[in-house]
Structures are given as C-alpha cells and as structure tokens.
Design a protein around this ligand. Structure first.
Ligand SMILES: [Zn+2]
Ligand SMILES: [Zn+2]
Length: 303
C-alpha cells in the first residue's frame, strides 16, 4: 500500500517537472484578454507585402483570424498528448546536431510544451515511387508523402502532441513543384522538413546564424500547422507561406499578433511569459537584436 502511494507521488512530481515553464491554471489568459493584447504588439510587424514569385503570388489564400482559429476546433495538446517529439532521419554534422538541439529549446519556449529529441535514425531504402531526381539540379529528392503517410505514423509516440521529422534529404510534395522546405498535416500530428536548402552551418559564423534562423523558422512554421494553424496573410509572419529562400529570409522569427493569440489560447501560454522565454533564448545564443525585440514585446504586453 505504501509502495503504491510513493509511486503516485513520484508520478505527480515527474509530471510537474516535464512542464516546468507552463502557467498555473488560474493565470491562463481568457479569449478576451488575449484579444486585447494583440493590438499591443502590432507595431512590431509589417503588413503582408506580396512580391513576384512569393507564396501568395503563386497560391492565393484567405488566411485565418484568431476568432476563425478558435471556431475551427483545432488539434491541440491534451493531458494524454502533450509532448512534441523531434525525430532526425539521415546523417548530420556536429553543428547540425547542435542546431537540432537548439530547435528543441526554441520550440519549448515558442509553444510552451516539453520537447523530446529522439535518437537519430538512418534513412532506410525509400521505395522508387517516393523518390525522383530534381528536374533542374538532378539531385535525389524524397516525396513528403513517404514521411507523412508511410514512415512517421508507424513511429508516432502515443503521448505526442506533434511528431516532427528532420531530414538532410531534399523534399518535394508532388510532381507540380520543384521542392518544399517542409510539410505537415493539419490533423494527423506528423510533419517533415529538410535542412538541405539552408546552407552550410560549418562555413563561418554568418552562415551558421543564417542556417539556425532558417531551421527555426521552418520548424516553428510546420509545428504551427500541426496545431491546425493555417497560413497567415495579414502580416509578414512566421506562419505565412514561403515559396523561396529570399522569402524565408524576409520572414520574422516570430508569429504576428493574430497567430500569437492562437498560441496563447491554444497552448494556454501567457504572452508575457512567452516573450520573456524567447528573449532569453536569443540572449543565450548571442542574437542581441532579437533578444531586445522580444524583451520590448514583453514590455508592450505587460502595460
Ligand atoms: Zn506552411
Ligand atoms: Zn500570423
């Protein structure tokens, strides 16, 4: 009997540790409180400006407001499914492994969920129907359906709020497109993205920083899709669709006020706490301007 009691205590303690940056329930912001906070961070974002060859010039979309998101019954974490898993598949350099670890750290600060990195798996033989040579550069590419429909559903942990696969192989979604940076499902909790097009992080410090920013942007973007966040069209936002590397570079490393509100509501995450955690991340990594920007956002929503 005593043994049983001790076990219960351990589980409760462990559960508390695994969500150490979550907010006590009494402090969860209400739908209305979040709505009011949106306007306070508007000055930090630019309205969407569509340039030739951008995503919206190619695929016109309507976007999704905070209110539409709430009414869409999005796929969100539950007490049983509250961990984000990252599964690297392929071969990675030491620097790339470091960036993957930082991606897990940023994701925790971004979405307020525990993030677990799974051991790297080699890529086993990909069936012929899921690979091709890119028509332009003749490099081997893997069809995203191989990861999303075949591989990841078999590996999906029971307690996964989202299951994300990183690979070093270039990806394509179907014959109509040249490539994709990543792709995720809106309901099935799985997503895959590639480091292939993000540059060489071992070249120099400038390339390393670019590689890190690109990886974080695409990782947070695809994870947003897994929580049923649609593409953003109102602002230049991390959740806006991206068609090429130049467009990815223009995007901020954060979501706009509308999408911030979705995260605050869906993840029960106080915006002040979120901005503080993100500011601390960038401070630690030596990106002073980004740390300052998040710190200013924290001040703006605290007023
Ligand atoms: Zn997208
Ligand atoms: Zn947005």
């Amino acid at each position: 009997m005593k043994k049983f009691f001790l076990l219960i205590l351990c589980l409760a303690f462990w559960g508390g540790c695994s969500t150490d940056n979550s907010i006590p329930k009494s402090q969860h912001p209400s739908v209305e409180e979040i709505s009011q906070l949106k306007t306070k961070v508007e000055p930090f974002f630019k309205p969407m400006q569509i340039q030739p060859y951008d995503w919206l010039a190619t695929f016109p979309e309507n976007g999704q407001t905070y209110e539409e998101y709430i009414n869409s019954s999005p796929t969100l974490p539950t007490p049983q499914r509250n961990t984000i898993y990252i599964q690297p598949i392929g071969e990675f350099s030491e620097t790339q492994k470091k960036v993957l670890q930082l991606t897990a750290d940023y994701m925790k600060a971004f979405y307020n969920l525990p993030v677990r990195m799974i051991q790297i798996k080699p890529l086993s033989e990909v069936p012929r129907e899921f690979q091709r040579k890119n028509p332009q550069d003749k490099q081997i590419q893997i069809k995203t359906a191989y990861f999303l429909d075949k591989l990841l559903p078999k590996l999906l942990p029971d307690d996964a709020a989202a299951f994300i696969c990183f690979t070093n192989y270039d990806l394509y979604p179907d014959e109509s497109m040249n490539f994709v940076f990543g792709q995720a499902t809106l309901q099935e909790r799985v997503g895959a993205w590639s480091l292939w097009r993000f540059g060489n992080p071992d070249k120099d410090q400038k390339e390393y920083k670019l590689f890190l920013e690109r990886t974080l942007k695409v990782a947070m973007h695809e994870t947003g899709h897994m929580f049923t966040m649609h593409h953003c069209t109102k602002y230049e936002c991390l959740m806006s669709g991206v068609n090429h590397l130049g467009e990815l570079s223009r995007r901020p490393v954060d979501v706009c006020p509308e999408c911030m509100a979705k995260i605050a509501w869906g993840m029960k995450y106080q915006p002040t706490e979120r901005y503080r955690n993100l500011s601390n991340f960038w401070q630690k990594e030596g990106f002073e301007h980004l740390s300052k920007e998040f710190s200013e956002k924290e001040k703006a929503v605290s007023k």
